[in-house]
Design a protein around this ligand. Structure first.
Ligand SMILES: C[S@@+](CC[C@H](N)C(=O)[O-])C[C@H]1O[C@@H](n2cnc3c(N)ncnc32)[C@H](O)[C@@H]1O
Length: 216
């Protein structure tokens, strides 16, 4: 994805192309499930999900590491919408917001850009920022479950990975063990919706109360 993020003004076109138009239904499904009203869009990019959430009545804070992506998000925000933008890294959330600030934290295609250690820390901070019973929604690329599907996933991803690497010397990676990481951070998994290949998943989880220091 980094090739797209290096040109934020072309990101929306690129992500629609790469997802074969399916990204809009992902934003639609996440915004349909999101309870709010106080909602954090983590790794909000150009604000596509955040705008949909605001249109449904949520008070939305979009957080992203990239000032350039946030500039595009600000430009695309309808005047008067309940949208607030914060430039921060996913592991700095607790420095930006007090505990129990949000009812819902949603994140699309960001966790696949984090290292395992960053994912664990980000999930721990999400737990801290959610209110009791708060909702976590993550939609991202994951490693397909069976050997056959993983082989197919590798084959389908290979051309894109090659082009991305040739142009940027970076690569994307599907997340492995995301459900286990979510559980380890103190959440109960409520829902899993996957595509046919099993390489893209939407997970809904709920904040469990801290116990024995887990997720505290
Ligand atoms: C593939 S884009 C997805 C953007 C948006 N969520 C969407 O679905 O269109 C990944 C986004 O995550 C942001 N990002 C990557 N690492 C991050 C981090 N550690 N903290 C916050 N944002 C991060 C990038 O700047 C980028 O905007």
């Amino acid at each position: 994805m980094r090739i797209l993020e290096s040109a934020p003004e072309r990101y929306d076109f690129g992500i629609r192309l790469l997802s074969l138009g399916r990204i809009n239904s992902v934003y639609g499904r996440v915004s349909q499930l999101a309870r709010g009203p106080d909602t954090l869009d983590l790794g909000c990019g150009t604000g596509n999900l955040a705008r949909r959430l605001a249109a449904r009545g949520h008070r939305v804070t979009g957080v992203d590491l990239s000032p350039e992506m946030l500039d595009v998000a600000r430009l695309k925000a309808p005047p008067g919408a309940a949208l607030n933008w914060v430039q921060a890294g996913a592991v700095e959330l607790v420095d930006c917001f007090p505990p129990a600030s949000f009812d819902t934290i949603a994140s699309v295609l960001m966790f696949s850009e984090l290292s395992p250690a960053e994912r664990a820390e980000t999930l721990r901070q999400c737990h801290r920022l959610l209110r009791a019973g708060g909702q976590l929604l993550i939609a991202d690329e994951v490693r397909a479950g069976t050997f056959g599907r993983r082989a197919l996933q590798t084959m389908l991803r290979a051309p894109l990975a090659a082009i991305t690497y040739a142009l940027t010397q970076t690569s994307t990676h599907a997340v492995r063990g995301l459900e286990e990481e979510i559980a380890a951070a103190g959440f109960s998994l409520l829902r899993r919706e996957s595509n046919r290949l099993g390489d893209f998943t939407l997970l809904e989880a709920e904040r469990k109360e801290a116990r024995d220091g887990v997720g505290a």
